[in-house]
Design a protein around this ligand. Sequence first.
Ligand code: FAD
Length: 416
Amino acid sequence: MNEKINVSILIIGAGPAGTAAALGAKEAGEDSILIIDRDTRAGGILNQCIHDGFGLMRYKRALSGPEYAQLDIDSCHKKNIPILTDTYVHTIIKGDDHFTIKAIATGRLYSIKAKAVILAMGCRERTAGAISLPGSRPAGIYTAGTAQRLLNMQNTLVGRSCVIVGSGDIGLIMARRMTLEGAKVQAVTELQSYPGGLDRNIRQCLDDFDIPLYLETGIVSVHGNDRVCGITIAPLRSDRTLDMKNSQYITCDTILLSVGLIPENELSRSLDIAIDPITQGPIVTGDLMTSCPGVFACGNVLQVHDIVDLVSEEAKRAGRTAVSFVSGAYADTKELFSIYAGEKIRYCVPQVITPSSTTTLSLRVTEPITDATISITNDATLIKKRRYSFTQPSEMIQIEISVPENLVGSLEVNCE
Ligand SMILES: Cc1cc2nc3c(=O)[nH]c(=O)nc-3n(C[C@H](O)[C@H](O)[C@H](O)COP(=O)(O)OP(=O)(O)OC[C@H]3O[C@@H](n4cnc5c(N)ncnc54)[C@H](O)[C@@H]3O)c2cc1C
């Protein structure tokens, strides 16, 4: 059956970003909003994150993932914002003054006309293929998120003895979770000289359970035919090659991969939206508008966040600016200036800014730095300076800046 829908703002993804964007748009006075999600229920990835620690910034209390997500879902219901689940958006076509979005559900094909689109599709995990994991491909190799979903939502423990490759937050959380469920986590390995996850997760998930973390360690080979039976790891020499003399074989039946997330930007690419090669999310203005006017991006599809509270805040902003776009109040003739990641800065979002605006700048450093000073400059003029006793790549830094009205040239962010 074909169904036609007309809305002002269509939001793709009903995770924390999508629901907060809808609430932001509603608060800004827009009533014609629709959220679509391919999953059977709203909430996004938080539905499988049953541990607590969410909402500390926004609600000043520790909620589990589903509890955090449910608060915004309930607000959407109360405010009559419809959420269409079990529906997959597969195409967005740009027209002269609207977008046509094609979505499929069982037995239904939707054709939706919208004045603005908010991308809130989240991200997916890198897999064994994506990192060219050496060795065989027996059963027992999972991404940490897949193991999390199987364990927390389908009550399936994926193994009894495991090694976690990569020290991203999901891997650290799963190290604790697998241990609590009776599995033995033999080790967590990490290529870098510092962990990929937040400090609090290292303490609460590894240190508290005596799980060893091997830094600067690579994978020599995965072993096993039908099922994983072990893994050989080796420390890295200073030239980043494997020191085979000191390699060790660890017996295990499961390998969990926590080796990074990739924003889900297939739809963005189909619209020819410019993508930042570092964040792998769309290039956006301070208003979170992509290079395609009328398309906004927020949450993990824009940049991988470590704290969901910041996702919700960013998404509310996207919702509000989408409303100013559809109401015609958005000045798209504004001049744009670039903002560059300089010394020891991995990336900055937004990548372009408009003069005389207030912008929340999100960034990450390239390496752990003690007594760090981050400065934002326009040529030789200092716009803002912030000091941190310690910062590292796993922590997203946010700095609010007022962009000078008479800005000439670009802004640069450096850390020393
Ligand atoms: C496996 C995993 C575990 C995580 N665990 C933690 C944790 O323990 N603690 C923490 O603070 N953060 C965690 N995070 C980070 C967390 O994802 C973010 O903080 C937050 O959930 C991002 O929200 P989002 O709405 O941007 O994305 P998501 O929550 O991923 O929501 C995106 C939604 O978009 C939908 N979607 C995507 N494409 C389409 C399409 N084409 N059509 C329709 N719907 C679509 C998806 O079904 C999904 O529901 C985890 C992330 C992952 C991937």
